[in-house]
Design a protein around this ligand. Structure first.
Ligand code: ZN
Ligand code: ZN
Length: 317
């Protein structure tokens, strides 16, 4: 059975569990580990059975709980290399450094500590913070994670446009237009069921359009109502960012896609990443419904709204 459960969606945290075959993955990890586990249990999912975490991009609402969760469960995290680097830079205390400078500093510190360790009489002082050292001390059973906020049990890189598999789930990552280092959306396939995951995108690019076809489930951003955003509380600079081609998808833009480009195949359409300041669930729903109703063939489409503060009921195929 395939199960798709949105645990949280919005600028305060995103997380979705997808089970297919014997594999169970978490897509984005923007909740604290404690809250994530609480919501998983609410949805009758066992956190201990997660096999991997996949990250779309490095914004806090998608990665906030990733280090703690991955460590607690001892599972790998899948990133693009660009996203992983950006995440590490974000957690690095010296934010003004470039990645190259930061890596150089890590190398130096590692070398220094290794030299100290060699010099140490008892020879047990292998607690350096470098990435390689982190792996070494993990193998030796020492928690380098205590010192390095970017330490993860295992990191797997994928590239946008290059499909791969995690156990029984096939993953096709595609590039999304968003103001992050290397943001992606996903199309998942498990047991013949195809599911699309596209949030945090300024507009629906031709590439995204091409990916979101033949889906049984479509999760699509419907972030803000344009008028509410314009008249709302955000400073103008933030409004411009949200509205830009690398910001977030408006209700109107989501509806435009649903009306003109969407093939109407999905059994479920989930509106996601709704803004709490610049949107109303009913507004998002009505706008999307109107767009979907334009198609006579779209009777099967069940429209659901993902929420920030509580999980959606699991969707099973
Ligand atoms: Zn986001
Ligand atoms: Zn984002």
């Amino acid at each position: 059975m395939v199960r798709f459960t949105v645990l949280a969606s919005g600028s305060k945290g995103n997380a979705t569990v997808l089970c297919g075959g014997r594999t169970r993955i978490l897509v984005d990890c923007g909740l604290s580990c404690r809250e994530l586990f609480r919501r998983m249990r609410l949805a009758e999912e066992e956190p201990e059975r997660l096999n991997a975490i996949l990250i779309t991009h490095e914004h806090a609402d998608h990665v906030g709980g990733v280090a703690v969760t991955a460590r607690k469960l001892g599972i790998p995290v899948y990133f693009t290399e660009g996203t992983h680097r950006a995440w590490m830079r974000w957690l690095s205390p010296r934010k003004q450094m470039t990645y190259a400078q930061w890596m150089e500093q890590v190398r130096k510190q590692t070398a220094e500590r290794q030299a100290e360790a060699v010099a140490a009489v008892d020879g047990e002082a292998d607690e350096s913070e470098g990435l390689e050292a982190a792996e070494t001390s993990e193998k030796a059973g020492k928690p380098a994670k205590e010192k390095d906020p970017t330490w993860l049990p295992a990191v797997e890189y994928f590239k946008s446009g290059e499909p791969f598999e995690i156990g029984d789930i096939a993953v096709s990552p595609f590039t999304t237009p968003h103001d992050a280092a290397d943001p992606v959306g996903f199309v998942f396939r498990a047991e013949g069921v195809r599911m699309g995951y596209a949030t945090d995108l300024g507009y629906i690019s031709p590439n995204v359009k091409a990916q979101l076809r033949n889906l049984d489930l479509l999760l699509l951003e419907s972030n803000h109502d344009l008028e509410m955003l314009r008249d709302g509380p955000y400073p103008w600079s933030v409004k411009q960012r949200v509205m830009s081609r690398v910001g977030h998808l408006s209700n109107e833009a989501a509806a435009g896609f649903l009306e003109n480009d969407y093939d109407g195949q999905a059994v479920y359409v989930i509106l996601a990443h709704l803004s709490e300041s610049n949107n109303l669930p009913e507004l998002a729903r009505v706008t999307a419904e109107r767009a979907l109703n334009g198609h006579a063939s779209l009777m099967a489409n069940r429209l659901l709204l993902a929420a920030q503060h509580e999980p959606l009921l699991p969707i099973a195929f």
